[in-house]
Design a protein around this ligand. Structure first.
Ligand SMILES: [Zn+2]
Length: 387
């Protein structure tokens, strides 16, 4: 029976056995080094060219190339090697089949996609003459923390004409997703003893005005901005902190706010818009505040007429999979490739985001196999129609 197993599952089992927890999670995290060595070894056996790109000491992106002399048509596969912490998963490093599922840390996010993409390159390396494009696979570091691996890849400025980012999409072709603008607002008051509040200026009361404005004015306005595949723009006050002691009028209060942007919105413009609106709303109120940006991330908005989208749809039809273009509310590396480099990018992979990061991480076995065949066929068909 062993010989019947799809190659992508063999690879995935090995990937799960190699711990590659992002060092950001501390506690025994080993980082991506060992997995990178393992993948590099396989690629060398198969005659694929591998380049290491150091992102942090001991933490390299692997850039695996299969060149066929068509650099103007280069298809990029990208998937990250790191995982979140092992957490309370039972046997996180032991690939375990139960029914039609394969369990293990990273099975779904995102070693399942990485194994399928590597399988596609292995197969293509056997018959490169079948390709109509150059192929590059980037096995990246640090997606689960600060995206440094992907940003380093972008800095290389490789000519890439289409890209697939591997994340669990339940086998849907994701062409759009939301981005975010996260920021803090601080209100500044004046401390006084609470027996003489008239001597002070209460920063928490000031913040009440800000929060009321966000909740009662901004929220309903944003609910009117919507994208057909991703839903509406939203804003949430997720954290609040203020005051020092029960008997002191607070001089500081801080909130942290998460604004989700939809495709078509620019995070930098949105951040400016928020500051403008707040300024106008607060101008006749006695609110002394400052705004501090925390994280600005792009939404994904890949044109449906892009070659990578068309080819992906065609391949899905050939494999009997859904060919609809989907939108999702969560973010991924894809938006940076598309917005910063203008590379038409889709997200595609086996498993569901609901199982990513969970204490019961698993991926449907059949989806791992199908995704691997999808990546292979995509590689073989990309560049064909407009050759
Ligand atoms: Zn992921």
């Amino acid at each position: 029976m062993e010989s019947m197993k799809h190659r992508s599952l063999e690879l995935l089992e090995d990937f799960i056995r190699i711990q590659s927890v992002n060092p950001h999670y501390k506690e025994g995290a080993r980082g991506e080094g060992e997995l990178a060595n393992y993948i590099e070894g396989i690629c060398k056996q198969k005659g694929l060219k591998v380049t290491r790109q150091e992102v942090f000491p001991g933490r390299d992106n692997l850039i695996i190339e299969l060149r066929t002399g068509r650099p103007d048509k280069t298809l990029l596969f990208e998937a990250h090697m790191d995982t979140v912490s092992l957490g309370s998963m039972v046997d996180p490093l032991v690939p375990t089949y139960k029914g039609d599922r394969l369990y293990g840390r990273g099975a779904c996010d995102t070693k399942g996609t990485l194994s399928g993409m590597l399988y596609a390159l292995e197969e293509c390396a056997k018959q490169p003459e079948l390709l109509h494009c150059d192929l590059v696979l980037c096995a990246a570091v640090d997606e689960e923390h600060a995206y440094r691996g992907l940003m380093a890849l972008i800095d290389l400025d490789l000519p890439i004409s289409g890209a697939v980012v591997g994340e669990p999409t339940e086998m849907g072709i994701v062409g759009s997703h939301k981005g975010c603008v996260r920021f803090a607002i601080h209100t500044h008051g004046k401390a006084a003893h609470s027996s003489m509040p008239e001597e002070g200026d209460n920063a928490i009361y000031q913040m009440m005005q800000v929060i009321r404005y966000i909740n009662e004015e901004m929220e309903p306005q944003l609910a009117k901005r919507s994208h057909p595949l991703c839903g509406t723009a939203t804003i949430v006050v997720g954290m609040i902190q203020g005051g020092k002691q029960i008997n002191i009028v607070p001089e500081m209060c801080t909130i942290e706010v998460d604004r989700r942007i939809i495709p078509g919105e620019d995070p930098f413009e949105v951040f400016e818009e928020i500051q403008r609106d707040l300024k106008e709303a607060m101008q006749h109120k006695k609110v002394n505040y400052t705004v501090e940006p925390l994280l600005l991330d792009w939404a994904l908005n890949t044109p449906e007429e892009s070659a990578v989208v068309h080819t992906a749809q065609e391949v899905c039809r050939q494999l009997g999979l859904q060919d609809a273009i989907c939108g999702v509310p969560y973010g991924s590396d894809a938006s940076k490739l598309q917005q910063l480099k203008g590379i038409p990018t889709i997200v595609f992979g086996p498993g569901s985001i609901a199982q990513a990061h969970s204490k019961e991480e698993w991926v449907p076995v059949v989806e791992v196999e199908q995704a691997a065949e999808f990546y292979l066929k995509l590689a073989q068909n990309y560049g064909k129609s407009n050759a």
